[in-house]
Design a protein around this ligand. Structure first.
Ligand code: FAD
Length: 402
């Protein structure tokens, strides 16, 4: 617990972090990478370039300071960080390095305002957080039976085009052994050498298949932006059937509660955010045949509708499943109601009430504005916040904590 002496300094930091947070984290990463360039292998370097990572770290520090007396609010955030760190192979010895450069960055940016008392308070607060993370991460590594940073070789046994931009990779253990089980909704980190950066880069991909299928499956969208996404394009262009990928254990707490077999389930996703939903859908249909599952999905059009055939097959075989699709800009050959039911962005207000029961467990995954809109729409319908979970496919800004 934070000492009484440090408490007022951390509380007083909240407005300072609101104003200078990103400047501090930018300075922090510059210092960190100058002193330890090998750590670039762990961090997502395009997120550094775009500033997304600095923004995310600033918001995490801000949320930590603002909620330091509210462990209930911090607990889910810490759980999510622990899962991500284990997928990245973060080790206990990384924490003092990060702590040193964070404090140095605070001192540099705040100048005379960074009094010895303020820096001591932050050193204490950081130390408490680091101790918690180290302990929780150790437990998770042990539960997975891996050393921190240990990756597993898996073989691509099948590569399948799912839409204009998404391909699935079916993975089995390189040594022929069975892959460990995972919880529906979890992801793995994939390690790929990026020649143009002379770095290894890690990216997370949700497992999109059924947990008991005998393989792991990831479904990767080719990021065609400018500049083009590094790892997704390498996976699409250079990794073929028979090749080996190095991956982390399955991580993530965006999962179906294993003991909840009855509450209606509503899975709402957009774009490649469909991937964790597919795994949850398969799992629920197999393990809880009585449980109603409503699958709401938004995408551009039929050519950008990954895993559609698989979904249509499940819909035909399982009467407890219902589906509802919005195409933003349907193509001429996309048909209502066979292919889609709503045109434009998914508007929950226009979705039949029966698909959005008040007592359901809701899972959201997709671009940040999509999730914000659906979350707000659900709250406006009176769905309690505790029934809504979401997964962000990038650095999280922890908006709901601020
Ligand atoms: P990057 O090289 O990381 O680039 C990402 C984006 O940033 C690109 O659009 C690029 O144009 C842009 N960019 C690059 N440099 C700059 C710059 N200097 N300024 C501004 N913008 C820039 N993805 C999937 O396809 N399927 C999944 O199932 C999936 N699951 C995920 C699960 C989780 C928990 C998380 C966190 C992410 C998941 N992702 C998934 C996203 C995935 O991890 C990668 O982020 C994605 O594949 C892009 O990686 P990349 O290396 O191709 O792109």
């Amino acid at each position: 617990m934070l000492s009484a002496a440090s408490r007022p300094y951390i509380a007083a930091s909240v407005p300072v972090l609101r104003e200078h947070g990103v400047t501090i984290t930018r300075c922090f990463y510059q210092r960190l990478f100058a002193a330890h360039p090998q750590l670039k292998n762990i961090f997502n370097m395009p997120n550094q370039e775009s500033g997304a990572q600095q923004q995310a770290l600033a918001s995490a520090i801000f949320a930590y300071a603002a909620n330091i007396d509210n462990p209930a609010a911090l607990a889910p955030v810490i759980s999510r960080i622990v899962q991500k760190h284990v997928s990245l192979g973060i080790r206990a010895e990384h924490y003092p390095i990060v702590g040193k450069h964070l404090l140095d960055a605070i001192a540099e940016i705040l100048g005379a305002a960074a009094t010895p008392e303020l820096l001591a308070a932050w050193a204490e607060a950081y130390g408490l957080l680091a101790d918690t993370l180290i302990a929780e991460e150790r437990k998770l590594y042990q539960a997975h039976g891996v050393e921190p940073g240990e990756y597993r070789a898996v073989r691509i046994v099948r590569k399948q085009k799912e839409s204009d931009t998404v391909s699935s990779f079916y993975l089995q253990a390189g040594d022929g052994a069975e892959l460990p089980p995972f919880q529906p909704g979890q992801y793995i980190s994939v390690a790929v050498n990026v020649a143009e950066l002379s770095l290894r880069q890690l990216r997370q991909y949700s497992l999109s298949g059924a947990p008991d299928s005998g393989y792991w499956r990831i479904s990767v969208k080719r990021e065609e932006g400018s500049p083009a996404g590094l790892v997704s394009n390498l996976l699409h262009d250079q990794f073929q059937e028979g090749d080996v990928l190095w991956v982390s254990p399955p991580c993530g707490d965006f999962v179906l509660a294993p003991d909840d077999m009855d509450t209606p389930l509503v899975l709402i996703s957009a774009g490649v955010g469909v991937t964790p939903m597919m795994s949850m859908l398969h799992s629920s249909l197999q393990l809880s045949p009585q449980r109603p599952v409503n699958f709401l999905y938004a995408t551009l059009d039929g050519r950008h509708h990954p895993l559609k055939r698989e979904l249509d097959g499940l819909l035909m075989r399982h009467s407890q499943m219902q589906s509802y699709v919005a195409y933003e800009r349907p193509a001429a050959n996309d048909c209502v109601p066979q292919d889609y039911q709503q045109q434009g962005y998914l508007q929950l207000a226009a979705v039949p009430d029966a698909l959005l029961p008040q007592n359901a467990a809701y899972f959201l995954c997709g671009p940040a504005p999509f999730m914000r809109a659906q979350r707000n729409a659900l709250l406006a319908r009176g769905v309690p916040e505790r029934q809504i979970q979401q997964e962000v496919f990038g650095p999280s800004l922890l908006e709901h904590l601020q």
